[in-house]
Design a protein around this ligand. Structure first.
Ligand code: ZN
Length: 197
């Protein structure tokens, strides 16, 4: 019997931890929305991949307990979904974050997601929207660290800056969300089905 290809989606924060906030939205809500759309796209398109999420509701998960319970699934990769925020309200763009201990496979996964994102149409009807791809970052993040320790390829996707009103408008637009989720899902599928780990 073919082994199940399981991937983990980790919608960041949740419950008591809203993540970045502004007067309109909590990051944790958007993270969950995006992760659910990615999971739905993967499931609907029969990629032969089973997406499992670290949370399905607005629940609090201790950061140290996000990844360990997922190891039972022997996942092929982990993708954490976040929204960014910065002091600079003009900050914008999509970022990929890697663990300092990330291996070659994590970079391969990130590269495939970046490439599908960069192929997204940059207009919605006649309205152009700003989606830039910023540089990759290496940052110490507990979830990525936990994956690196177990040699599971993992990346954290910062979809955009919710502190920037213009970018927030883009990030909450359902048609953009669908496109974005599709691009991330296609990147994950390319990694899993293209001979990842
Ligand atoms: Zn976050």
């Amino acid at each position: 019997m073919a082994e199940n290809k399981i991937i983990i989606l980790d919608p960041g924060h949740g419950g008591d931890d809203p993540g970045a906030t502004n007067d309109k939205i909590h990051e944790s809500w958007l993270n969950l929305k995006y992760a659910a759309l990615i999971a739905e796209f993967i499931t609907r398109n029969n990629f032969g991949i089973i997406p499992v999420m670290t949370r399905y509701y607005d629940t609090t998960i201790d950061i140290s307990k996000r990844i360990p319970p997922m190891l039972q699934f022997n996942p092929l990769c982990v993708v954490a979904i976040h929204m960014n925020s910065a002091e600079n309200k003009e900050a914008h763009g999509f970022e990929l974050v890697y663990s300092p201990r990330a291996g070659e496979q994590a970079y391969k996964l990130g590269g495939l997601i970046k490439s599908t994102i960069s192929k997204m149409p940059m207009t919605l009807g006649d309205k152009p929207y700003a989606l830039t791809i910023r540089n990759d970052f290496v940052r110490k993040v507990r979830v990525l660290d936990d994956c690196a320790k177990c040699a599971i390829p993992a990346v954290l996707v910062e979809c955009g800056f919710i502190c920037n009103d213009k970018e927030l408008d883009v990030l909450i637009e359902p048609r953009i969300q669908a496109r974005y989720a599709q691009a991330i899902a296609l990147g994950i599928a390319a990694f899993v089905n293209g001979g990842g780990k």
